[in-house]
Design a protein around this ligand. Structure first.
Ligand SMILES: [Zn+2]
Length: 414
C-alpha cells in the first residue's frame, strides 16, 4: 500500500492525500490554502484515482474538490451535513476568488459534476471505495467532521482534523482500537492547550468589559463550527450578539442536521435571540445595539469581520477577540503580532485591545499522543501542521515506531 501526500506537508492548508492499494487510489480531502494570498491548490492532475472521501466542510479540506471533477467521474463519499456545508463554502469561495481577481482553478461544470457524484454515508456505515472497505468516525472537530478508516491489505486510519475533548457544540472523537497506519493531523503537536474553562472565562470577562464601556467586541470566527461554539459560550449574552457573514447560513444548515450536535436545543434557543445582520446599514446598528459581533472570516482574510474592524479600529476600548487557529502570515496573525491590519488591498493601524484565546477545535499534543496510544499503529504519518517533522521524530522515539512527515508530492510505502 502507498500513501502519497499532495498537500498539507509540514503546513496547515490544502489537505490532500491519496491512499492506494493494488494501484487503485482513494483521495482523502482536497483543500485549498487561502492564506497567505494568492490561494494555492494541491496538484491532482495526472493522479490515478477511483474515489474521493471528504472528511469535513472546511475549505482547507474541501476547497479544491471540484478540481478532481475536471476529468474524473469518481464517487464522492461524505455525510449529508458535510455535503451541504462544503457546497456553501465552495460557492462562496468562487465568488471571493472572482472578486479578488484570483479566480478558481475549476469551472461551474466541474462543481456540478462533483454534486452529481456525491454519495451520502452515515457515521460507521460501511462502503467500498477503490480497493478499500471504508467507514467514517466522528472526529469531534465541527458538525459532521469525520475521521476515515480504510481497510485494504492493511488498516489505515486518517484522523483528519480531530478533537479528543468535548466542546459545548460536540462530543469528542471516536477512535478504533488497532490500526496498521495512522495518518494524524499535527496542528498543535508542539503545545498543550490551557484549560478550556479558564480561556472561556477570560473570553466572557473581555466581552463583559467591552459591554460595560458600551464598546464593541469583535470576534472573527470560522463560519462552520467555531461561530456556533462561541454562540454557546456566550449564550447568556445572546440578546447582545450580532451574527454576520457565512456564519449565518452555516448556522441554518447546522440546525437542520441536529443529530450531529451534542445539545441542539441549546443552540436553537441562542440563535432565536441573536441579531442576524443582513446589510451594511444593519452593521452600523449592530455596533450600537448588539455589539458582540461574531463574524467570519476567522483569520480576517475576508468577510464582514473586516468591515467591523475598519469601523472600530481607532477605539482603544473596543476589543478584537480571536478564538481559533491563525495560520502564519494570515491578516489575523499579523494583527496580533503588529497591531497592523494588512491585506493585498489595504493596510491600517488598529488601536483596539486585541486578544487571543485558546479554545481550539483541534487536539493538543497530549490529545494527539492519546490517539496514538489508543490506535496502536505500526506506522504514523504526520500531516497538517507547521511542526510535522519534529512531531514525527518525537513519535519515533517515544513509541519506537516508524513515523514520517512527508513533503507535498512525496510517496510512502506502508
Ligand atoms: Zn477543519
Amino acid at each position: 500500500m502507498k500513501i502519497k501526500l499532495l498537500g498539507s506537508g509540514d503546513e496547515v492548508g490544502k489537505s490532500c492525500l491519496i491512499v492506494s492499494d493494488k494501484s487503485k487510489g482513494v483521495v482523502l480531502d482536497c483543500g485549498v490554502k487561502l492564506q497567505p494570498e494568492p490561494p494555492t491548490y494541491p496538484r491532482v492532475a495526472g493522479e490515478d484515482i477511483n474515489a474521493l472521501i471528504l472528511s469535513h466542510a472546511h475549505l482547507d479540506h474541501s476547497g479544491a474538490v471540484p478540481t478532481l471533477y475536471r476529468k474524473n467521474k469518481i464517487p464522492a463519499f461524505m455525510n449529508d451535513v458535510t455535503f451541504e456545508l462544503a457546497l456553501l463554502l465552495i460557492k462562496d469561495s468562487m465568488k471571493v476568488g472572482q472578486k479578488q481577481g484570483y479566480g478558481v482553478p475549476y469551472s461551474k461544470n466541474d462543481l456540478k459534476r462533483f454534486v452529481k457524484s456525491a454519495k451520502i454515508v452515515n457515521y460507521h456505515e460501511k462502503f467500498s471505495a477503490g480497493n478499500f472497505r471504508c467507514s467514517l468516525y466522528p472526529s469531534g472537530h465541527i458538525p459532521g467532521s469525520s475521521s476515515v478508516m480504510l481497510q485494504g491489505s492493511k488498516k489505515v486510519f486518517y484522523t483528519s482534523d480531530i478533537q479528543t475533548l468535548e466542546s459545548h457544540l460536540l462530543n469528542p472523537c471516536k477512535l478504533p482500537d488497532k490500526v496498521d497506519t495512522l495518518v494524524i493531523e499535527s496542528t498543535y503537536s508542539y503545545k498543550s492547550h490551557p484549560p478550556r474553562e479558564i480561556e472561556e472565562k477570560k473570553l466572557v470577562a473581555a466581552v463583559e468589559e467591552a459591554l460595560a464601556r458600551e464598546e464593541a467586541a469583535l470576534i472573527p470566527v470560522f463560519a462552520v463550527g467555531r461561530a456556533q461554539e462561541i454562540l454557546l459560550i456566550l449564550s447568556d449574552y445572546a440578546g447582545k450578539i450580532s451574527l454576520d457573514g457565512m456564519a449565518k447560513g452555516a448556522s441554518e444548515i447546522i440546525m437542520s442536521y441536529p443529530r450531529y450536535l451534542k445539545e441542539p436545543e441549546k443552540l436553537r434557543k441562542v440563535l432565536k435571540k441573536v441579531n442576524f445582520v443582513r446589510s451594511q446599514k444593519d452593521r452600523e446598528d449592530a455596533l450600537k445595539r448588539n455589539p458582540i459581533i461574531i463574524s467570519s472570516a476567522g483569520m480576517l482574510g475576508g468577510g464582514p469581520a473586516i468591515s467591523y474592524l475598519r469601523s472600530i479600529r481607532k477605539r482603544p476600548e473596543s476589543k478584537v477577540l480571536f478564538c481559533g487557529f491563525l495560520v502564519e502570515e494570515s491578516p489575523g496573525r499579523n494583527l496580533i503580532e503588529t497591531k497592523i491590519f494588512k491585506t493585498a488591498e489595504e493596510q491600517f493601524d488598529v488601536h483596539c485591545d486585541v486578544q487571543r484565546f485558546e479554545m481550539s477545535a483541534h487536539a493538543d499534543r497530549s490529545g494527539l499522543f492519546k490517539i496514538i496510544e489508543k490506535t496502536r499503529p505500526e506506522t504514523v504519518v504526520c500531516v497538517h501542521g507547521e511542526h510535522c517533522r519534529d512531531f514525527a521524530k518525537e513519535i519515533s522515539s517515544r513509541f519506537s515506531i516508524n513515523a514520517f512527515a512527508p513533503k507535498d508530492g512525496e510517496e510512502i510505502r506502508v
